[in-house]
Design a protein around this ligand. Sequence first.
Ligand code: FAD
Ligand code: NAD
Length: 459
Amino acid sequence: QSTAFANGLKKKELVILGTGWGAISLLKKLDTSLYNVTVVSPRSFFLFTPLLPSTPVGTIEMKSIVEPVRSIARRTPGEVHYIEAEALDIDPKAKTVLVQSVSESEFFVSNVNYDYLVVSVGAKTTTFNIPGVYGNALFLKEIEDAQNIRMKLMKTIEQASSFPRNDPERKRLLTFVVVGGGPTGVEFAAELQDYVDQDLSKWMPDLSKEMSVILIEALPNILNMFDKTLIKYAEDLFARDRIDLQVNTAVKSVEPTYIHTLQSGQKASDIPYGMLVWATGNEPIELSKVLMGKVPEQTNKRGLLINDKLELLGAEESVFAIGDCTAHTGFFPTAQVAHQEGEYLARTLDKKLEIEQLEWDMLNTSDETKVSRLQSEIDLKKSKLDKFNYKHMGALAYIGSETAIADLHMGDSSYQLKGMFAFLFWKSAYLAMCLSIRNRILIAMDWTKVYFLGRDSSV
Ligand code: FAD
Ligand code: NAD
C-alpha cells in the first residue's frame, strides 16, 4: 500500500484501540485507504453484546454472535493492520502506545506510533470493591464469561442431582442468584428461567421445580432507564414466572456459598447460592485509569473526559475516546451510543484529511491567489466540522417467556411496546443490527432450532 497521496502528503498513522462497538463502527464507516490504519485489541473479533445474555443457556450459540476483525477489515477499501495485543500505556506527548502481545507464542512488549489515536477500550464490570465478589461471582461481559457461566450452570445442576431431595445442600446448589437489576441482570435472569421452564423441566422435571432464580437489586425498581409502565410490566412478569425479585436489597459481601445483604438499610438473612452472576454496571479498565493518572485534565474517575468532538481533554489534537471508556453525561453507556460515536468519528477523520490535503497544497504553492482560495476553503471546511449529536432511538430488553419491552423514541415522541409483539420487534431489531449476513443467518437458525428442538443441555 502506498504511504503517500498523489500530491506528496504523507499518510497519517491512525491507531484504533479495541474491537468493540465503538471501534468497529468506526472501522466499517471509515475510508481506510486514507490512513495507515492499525487496530490493537486483545480480542480478535467483534462481539454482538445484545445477544450475549442468550448464550450461557444455549438460546444462541456463542459463535453466532462473533465476527472476526480480519473479516470486517477485509471488507473496507484500504488495508488494515491488526495487532492482537493489549494497550498498557499511552504517551500523548510522544504519540506512542505501549502494547503487549497476548498471543502465547510471542509474549512481547512494543511501542506503536500514532498521529491519531482512537481509544475505544470499553469498561469492565464494577464490584464496588465489595469483598468476595472476585473469586466467587461470575460476570457477563465477554464470550469467556458466557462460557464460564454455562460450565458452572451445568456442573451445579449435576452436582445438585447427586444429593437427596430436601437436603439443604441440594437446595443451595439449586439457588441461582443474579445481582444487579439493570438490563444485563434482567435479561440473563429471564433467559435462565426460560431454560428451567422450557428445557430442564423436560429432562429433570422434579429437579427443575426445585430450582430458584433470585434477582437482587439495590434500588426500589429494576430497569431504571425504562418507562415506569414497562418496569411494572417486567416486575409483574417476573413474579408470574417465579423469578424471586428482591429490590431495595444491596449485596454487602460475598462468601463462597452465601451472600450477605442489606434490605432497606437493615441487615437481612444470608442468601445461600449455587451460582452467582454479578452485573452491577461499569467501571474503567486499567488503561483508562493509567491515562486519567497522567493527563491533568482527566479529573473524572468514572471515565475519560472528552469534548463535544469526542477529543480527549488534555490531548485534543491527536487523541479521541469513544464508547464505554468515556464518562458519558446525559446518556447510558450503550452499544447505541458507541456505534453513533464511531460513525461520527469516521466522518470527522475523513473531513480532517480533506483539510490537511488543502493545508499541504497551500504550503506547496507560492501563487497568492491560490493561497487565499485554499485558505477560505480550509476555513469553510473547519467551520463545517460539526459536534457529536447523539440521537436516542430507545431501549429494548428481553424479559423472558417470549416477551420483551421496548421504549422507543422518535423525535419528541416516545412509544412503549410490551409482550409478544415487543419480542418480535426485539428479534427483528437485533437481526437488523448484526454486522454480517453470516451472523444473521446463524442467529435465525439458532432461534429456529430452539423453537423446534429446545436448547442443548450439554456443556
Ligand atoms: P466494547 O464493545 O466493550 O469493546 C471494548 C474493546 O476494547 C474490546 O474489543 C476489548 O477487547 C478491547 N480492549 C479492552 N482492553 C483493551 C486494551 N487494554 N487495549 C486494547 N483493546 C482493549 N447496549 C445496547 O445498546 N443494547 C443492548 O442490548 C446491550 N446489551 C448488552 C448486553 C450485555 C451482556 C452487555 C455486557 C452490554 C450490553 N450493551 C448493550 C452495552 C454495550 O455492549 C456497550 O455499551 C458497548 O459494547 C460499548 O462499546 P465499546 O466499543 O465502548 O466497548
Ligand atoms: P446497570 O448499571 O444498567 O445496572 C446495574 C444495577 O445494579 C443497578 O440497577 C444498580 O442499582 C444495581 N446494583 C449496584 N450495586 C448493587 C449491589 N451491591 N447489590 C444489588 N444491586 C446493585 O448495569 P448493566 O445491566 O450491567 O448494564 C451496563 C450498561 O450496558 C448500561 O448502560 C446498560 O444500559 C447497557 N446494557 C443495555 C442493554 C439493553 O439495552 N438491552 C442490555 C445490557 C446492558
